[in-house]
Write a protein that binds this ligand. Structure first.
Ligand code: PLP
Length: 384
């Protein structure tokens, strides 16, 4: 019996190990030349939008909201079909989160629902590229107007394109995660991308304690050569040089990772086409997704049963996600079930099948067989 087949995992090769070891032997462990180089490499994937790397995807969201000036009295519109961090980082800054429902089929933020959630206090509307499929950014922009900042939580979607424009160039602010299950990894890591240099500068400042060093900006320019000032509160969200070297090495293979994911998605699509009781993920004609998840829908109220059966068969299926407003921390603030029916109905059916570049065809066939057996309700094989 092999171990549980995971729903996602990293792909690390000797080249990655060597890149990290080289930095470890040098002078810089944390902020050094690899940071700037990784940021420049990332900008090659964001259509040139400048990037600020940070210590994880949650820090990226916190930093992006801070750069947008989110604070007490502000509202941030968020879809519930995401990881809690998309919303909780706005709460951490004192803002009020307003949940807006997602579209059928792609389960990304519904432009009409987002527009209906906007008030004069709205500072940011956050879209999430669920599973790696871009949200409908042109429709969001048209529905929202220019007064609110649009954020793309692209933790799933680095390398994806919308009408041939790359993720990273579609919103005012874009955030990435480099957690091991994501499309590339730095162990922990993330980034904020912004086309507006002023927003990017604010993000860079927030990730480094809010420190100001440029002489022209100092309030006490004659204090001495050591002097630096905190103008606005920030945190230490720096990504170390060691991990930036890993990120650069991984980024060189991102195209291969995405091609491997796309090939496996096509294999799943074909294998599941005629399987009753399951719906495959949809894709809009204008999207070139960077499939991070392969989210199927299990019909007839059988998701829990299929999850349990597949887990028992050694298949590490996952559910992405519990609607964020259902988490007790949000329920305790008064958010109610039933407020986002599309996301909630999707959650009741959703199941993520294993998907990662090194998933073998044989293991993928095992996943399909286990799913078919679980749907038939017959005992599933437990041996690999
Ligand atoms: C993973 C993820 C995050 C958080 O990223 P971390 O690097 O794990 O902190 C935020 N949003 C979404 C949609 C994610 O999938």
């Amino acid at each position: 019996m092999t171990g549980l087949l995971p729903y996602g995992r990293q792909s690390v090769v000797e080249e990655d190990v060597a890149a990290v070891a080289e930095v470890l032997r040098g002078d810089w462990l944390t902020t050094g030349p690899q940071v700037t180089a990784f940021e420049e490499d990332l900008a090659g994937w964001t259509g040139g939008a400048g990037c600020a790397v940070v210590s994880n995807g949650t820090a990226a969201l916190h930093t992006a909201y801070a750069a947008a000036g989110v604070g007490p009295g502000d509202e941030v519109v968020v879809p519930p079909m995401t990881f809690a961090a998309t919303a909780s980082t706005a709460v951490a800054l004192g803002a009020t989160v307003v949940f807006a429902d997602v579209e059928e089929e792609t389960f990304t933020l519904d432009p009409a629902a987002a527009a209906a959630a906007v008030t004069p206090r709205t500072r940011v509307v956050s879209a999430v590229d669920y599973a790696g499929h871009p949200a409908d950014y042109d429709a969001l922009r048209a529905a929202l107007g220019r007064d609110v900042l649009l954020l793309a939580d692209a933790a799933h979607s680095i390398g994806a394109a919308y009408h041939d424009r790359p993720v990273g160039s579609l919103a005012d602010l874009t955030t990435f995660s480099f957690f091991p299950t994501k499309n590339l990894t730095t162990a922990e890591g993330g980034a904020v991308a912004a086309g507006d240099p002023a927003l990017l500068a604010r993000a860079r400042r927030f990730r480094n304690h809010g420190l100001v060093r440029e002489p022209a900006a100092l309030r006490a320019p004659d204090e001495g050569g050591w002097h630096q000032e905190v103008h606005e509160f920030g945190l230490n969200y720096r990504l170390p040089d060691v991990l930036c070297a890993l990120g650069r090495s991984q980024l060189r293979r991102l195209g291969d990772f995405l091609a491997a994911r796309a090939r496996l998605v096509a294999r799943y699509d074909e294998a599941l086409a005629d399987l009753p009781g399951v719906l495959r993920p949809a894709r809009r004609s204008w999207a070139r997704p960077a499939w991070h998840l392969y989210p199927v829908r299990i019909l007839d109220g059988r998701r829990r049963e299929v999850y349990d059966r597949m887990r028992a068969a050694g298949i590490g299926v996952q559910v992405n996600y519990l609607p964020v407003h259902w988490h007790p921390a949000f329920a305790d603030l008064g958010y109610r079930r039933g407020s986002c029916p599309v996301a909630e109905a999707f959650y009741a059916q959703q199941l993520s099948l294993p998907l990662y570049p090194d998933l073998t065809d044989a293991d993928q066939d095992r996943v399909v067989d286990a799913l078919a057996a679980a749907l038939r309700g017959t005992p599933v094989r437990t041996a690999a």
